[in-house]
Design a protein around this ligand. Structure first.
Ligand code: WTA
Length: 657
């Protein structure tokens, strides 16, 4: 973010006090902060006992004797799926709708808690019959269909570990994730609906399992079976003995299944996210602490009244937001939700608003990039629908600029709803910084304050607090229940990435600033991680995808600001001399964009690729991305004096004119 926009953000003066009527019925109350401040561990223990069912109650709360490896509620025993399903049915809420599911082509399905519980029980029996046991890893590669949620909960129910891979990732990315976690089973679909067409998934699984795509050596995969949900009805290849249709197998299963308790620290899932190196990190979350954190934040930040609210979080279950705020938090709280398979603009640009009207959605949680693209297409579209059921709006994924915040509240929220801007990460498991609706006076553009029980600070490079009015690095200063427990298979990387810099403080990788009131403004990543439409991508990962193409000698990737997506991927590529005459720059760039899609997935495809003859480097050989960013954003090029060859930038800009 440029200094100018930071300054204008900090001069944002509009304030929205909580509406008294909303405040009178609000779940969150101001005293939560005081109670949590007195003894944060006791506060979390109280939440864990109040919000969840423990098969064996815990006495231990936080064990931080071996930092940075935390244990929460370690002597307690719990079943995550039981908490999300059976106990609601046993409490007499089996007829409550868990999901109003809507497929992109317009088909729909209503699933109550009783039905969801029954489906998950059968799926748990199916997993067991396929030899899946506690601790085994299962990869999920599915569209946004009910089976995605059913599969996650069934895996959790038997104490196994899921690794959901977003359906937009390529076969290569899927293979890398399957291998890293040594998954035994993959659950996929023939295909799913997106933008009016069926996109195939099963064939990507086949490709991923066929051979090691990076070496072609045909190393045998750890996967024994592939379970295939029928959704797209597209033709698929079949490997006898390995592949099984979900519906065939489920039909054979016993509908009864007793949920066994597991240790609170039993691993629940691995979710891969981009870091600063080319290799994605398998972020590991466990059971009791994670469920406490997601249930508490979901209830208080979204003011959930489960008997009357209809809640819709638009995130795909392939991302952490889908894990924490479609699956675990809302289901632990017995919420009624909307689940939608497709894109916001199919078959018409008002599809989301139509769904809000159809299901009477009261709480809506989405990303700034979506809000900005709706702003661009104009208020006339949402204004054709009745959105008056909405009473609370949320935002996540990247900083929301004040104009988008105001538009969201005015046009979608009818000028009355609270808007909560929630800061968190795959690693934090749940929301960390956010206003509490009915309590906090809202300030557009600022994520505002740490939640009760969460302690954060903004520090200098040497770890000393910067104080109000200054910028620095965001850290979390005390362990929290939803925190990651490690990086799958790589404890050293876990320590190095998050803890080495400041010792006992968690380093989030985000720049932040306290304003004079003590509210927090997020200023974007401080490392080589890009945020495109709220999705994390690593420059190193995209660079290595580019250099894996035979034409490419060298590549540098930067994030350029983009009006809609926040940041966009822009690549600078040197083509090998032997290839320079074979293709025009346009052809080369089209080929390479497609290559990145194949290697990682369409979300990583560069917006632009510039074919250049040199890259700007310092004398020690480090690429100066700052200068490339200037070019990518069409700015005047900054200080080039530390370049080994100061004429390089001139050559690059001349070539691009
Ligand atoms: C960014 C998504 C500003 C941030 C839940 C963080 C945000 C990264 C916000 C995590 C927000 C997320 N304001 N920035 N409200 N929410 N971010 O792991 O840079 O996909 O580090 O988790 O998104 O992305 P992740």
């Amino acid at each position: 973010m440029s200094t100018n926009s930071i300054d204008s953000l900090l001069h944002e003066t509009r304030r929205f006090a909580p509406d008294p009527e909303f405040a009178a019925n609000a779940i969150a109350t101001a005293d939560l902060y005081e109670r949590a401040a007195v003894d944060p561990d006791a506060f979390w223990a109280e939440q864990a006992r109040e919000l969840l069912h423990w098969h064996r109650p815990f006495d231990e709360v936080l064990d931080w004797s071996n930092p940075p490896f935390a244990k929460w509620f370690a002597d307690g025993r719990i079943n995550v799926a039981y908490n999300c399903l059976d106990r609601h049915v046993l409490a007499g809420n089996g007829d409550r709708v868990a999901f109003h599911w809507e497929g992109e082509p317009g088909d729909s399905r209503t699933i109550t808690y009783a039905e969801l519980t029954a489906e998950v029980k059968k799926a748990a029996n199916l997993l067991t019959s396929l030899g899946i046991r506690q601790g085994d890893r299962v990869a999920i590669y599915l569209p946004m269909i009910p089976e995605a949620v059913i599969a996650m909960l069934a895996i959790a129910r038997i104490g196994a570990v899921h690794s959901v891979v977003f359906g937009g990732f390529s076969a290569e990315s899927l293979r890398a994730r399957i291998d890293d976690a040594a998954a035994k089973l993959v659950i996929t679909a023939d295909g799913g609906w997106r933008k009016g067409k069926v996109f195939p998934l099963k064939n990507a699984v086949d490709a991923a399992l066929a051979a090691d795509p990076s070496t072609g050596s045909g190393t045998e995969s750890t996967v024994k079976n592939v379970l295939v949900v029928r959704r797209g009805e597209n033709t698929v290849d079949w490997v006898e003995g390995r592949d099984l249709w979900w519906h065939d197998e489920i039909a054979l299963m016993d509908p009864e299944h007793d949920a066994q308790p597991f240790e609170a620290e039993n691993p629940l899932f691995i979710l891969y996210t981009s870091g600063t190196t080319g290799k994605p990190k398998g972020i590991l979350h466990t059971s009791g602490g994670y469920l406490t954190h997601t249930a508490f934040t979901h209830k208080n930040v979204f003011d959930l009244h489960p008997e009357t609210d209809v809640y819709w979080c638009t995130a795909d279950v392939g991302w952490i937001t889908g894990h924490s705020y479609v699956v675990y938090g809302p289901l632990a709280n017995g919420a009624t939700q909307v689940l939608y398979e497709g894109t916001p603009d199919t078959p018409h640009p008002g599809r989301w608003w139509e769904l809000i009207q159809k299901y009477g959605v009261t709480i809506f949680y989405t990303a700034p990039t979506a809000i900005r693209s709706f702003m661009k297409s104009g208020r006339q579209i949402p204004q054709q629908f009745d959105l008056s059921s909405l009473r609370l709006l949320g935002s996540v994924g990247e900083p929301i600029n004040p104009e988008a915040w105001i538009w969201y509240r005015e046009i979608i929220g009818g000028g009355t709803t609270p808007v909560v801007d929630t800061w968190w990460q795959t690693e934090t498991g749940g929301i960390m910084i956010s206003a509490l609706p009915g309590v906090t006076e809202a300030k557009p553009g600022s994520a505002q304050v740490p939640l009760p029980g969460i302690s954060v600070d903004v520090v200098n490079d040497d770890g000393s607090p910067v104080g109000h009015g200054n910028g620095g690095l965001l850290v979390v200063t005390k362990p929290w229940p939803g925190m990651l427990r490690g990086i799958w298979g790589d404890p050293e990387r876990f320590k190095e990435t998050y803890w080495e810099k400041f010792g006992d403080k968690y380093f989030a990788g985000d720049g932040a600033r306290f304003d004079d009131d003590g509210d927090i403004w997020l200023l974007g990543r401080v490392d080589d991680v890009l945020n495109v439409s709220g999705h994390r991508l690593s420059t190193a990962e995209i660079e290595s995808a580019l250099v894996s193409h035979p034409w490419v000698a060298e590549a540098a990737v930067v994030g350029a600001s983009d009006e809609t997506t926040g940041q966009a991927v822009v690549a600078f590529v040197i083509v090998k001399a032997s290839q320079a005459d074979v293709a025009t720059a346009d052809e080369a760039s089209a080929q390479l964009r497609a290559h990145v899609s194949e290697q990682i997935g369409a979300i990583a495809r560069p917006r632009q690729i510039f074919i250049v003859s040199e890259l700007p480097k310092t004398r020690s050989g480090k690429i100066m991305r700052r200068l490339l960013r200037d070019v990518a954003e069409g700015r005047e090029i900054g200080d080039t004096t530390t370049l080994a060859d100061t004429s390089v930038m001139q050559i690059i800009s001349d070539k691009l004119k």
